[in-house]
Design a protein around this ligand. Structure first.
Ligand SMILES: [Zn+2]
Length: 246
């Protein structure tokens, strides 16, 4: 088994059946899925899927797009879910300036999540869009096991993230960048994980990305890094082990 999909939203697929998605992906070498939530209404479904599939790791959190729509006791509920699922990650959470210029409001919902991740020693998934400065200011508040998912930032920003020990999650969206090769080459390949962010982030618009396409993404990134696919696969497997600490 070769690939970890470090970020997917299985509960969001409209045209595909989850069982099919998981089975077909497994046949194509995907051995684990980190299933990310976006808001508290997702959490019960995320928990259900994790109970049903041993290779789905649940992630519980509040995405910055949905911070205005959370129940008052969300922190308590989040903690309960995390305690009930000892393998669960926190996320996705973060800051998105493109969607919402009110950074402070987003930080207010983000920080309790970073604190929970730290205190319970869980990996944290960060969604960061046009928010380099604001994120940099809270670097020290993030747990060591933090991944900046769906990275499409600059080489400079990527280096800063990795220098701090954090990981970078790449999906098909990086291939849309004009200077994708330059960005990918500038990254430390030992702190990269692949993801689909399915059903989102497909190269063709209005179709759903599937985790069975991860080998295809791996091949393209390996080419950019100027290494063979099997070399890249070993790097990815090692990275996964390092990141989850096994
Ligand atoms: Zn996502």
């Amino acid at each position: 088994m070769l690939y970890a999909d470090s970020h997917i939203h299985l509960q969001d697929y409209k045209t595909q059946d989850i069982k099919n998605i998981v089975n077909t992906a497994q046949k194509n070498g995907v051995f684990v899925f980190v299933n990310a939530s976006s808001y508290p209404a997702d959490w019960s479904k995320i928990a259900e899927l994790a109970a049903e599939y041993p290779n789905i790791i649940p992630a519980f959190g509040i995405h910055p797009w949905y911070i205005n729509d959370v129940p008052e006791n969300w922190e308590q509920k989040l903690k309960q879910y995390l305690k009930k699922y000892p393998k669960a990650w926190v996320g996705e959470c973060g800051i998105d300036r493109l969607k919402n210029p009110d950074i402070q409001a987003q930080i207010k919902v983000l920080l309790p999540q970073t604190e929970l991740a730290k205190s319970l020693n869980r990996p944290l998934i960060i969604h960061s869009v046009k928010a380099d400065d604001a994120m940099r200011e809270i670097f020290e508040k993030l747990p060591q096991k933090t991944i900046f998912h769906s990275f499409t930032g600059s080489s400079e920003w990527g280096k800063q993230i990795q220098k701090y020990g954090f990981y970078i999650g790449l999906n098909f969206s990086i291939l849309r960048k004009k200077n994708a090769i330059e960005i990918v080459k500038s990254l430390d390949s030992t702190q990269i994980l692949l993801e689909t962010d399915g059903p989102y982030q497909n190269l063709e618009s209005r179709t759903e990305t599937l985790p069975q396409n991860l080998p295809n993404l791996a091949e393209k990134i390996a080419q950019m890094l100027n290494i063979t696919l099997s070399e890249f696969q070993s790097i990815l497997q090692q990275n996964w082990q390092n990141f989850i600490g096994e």
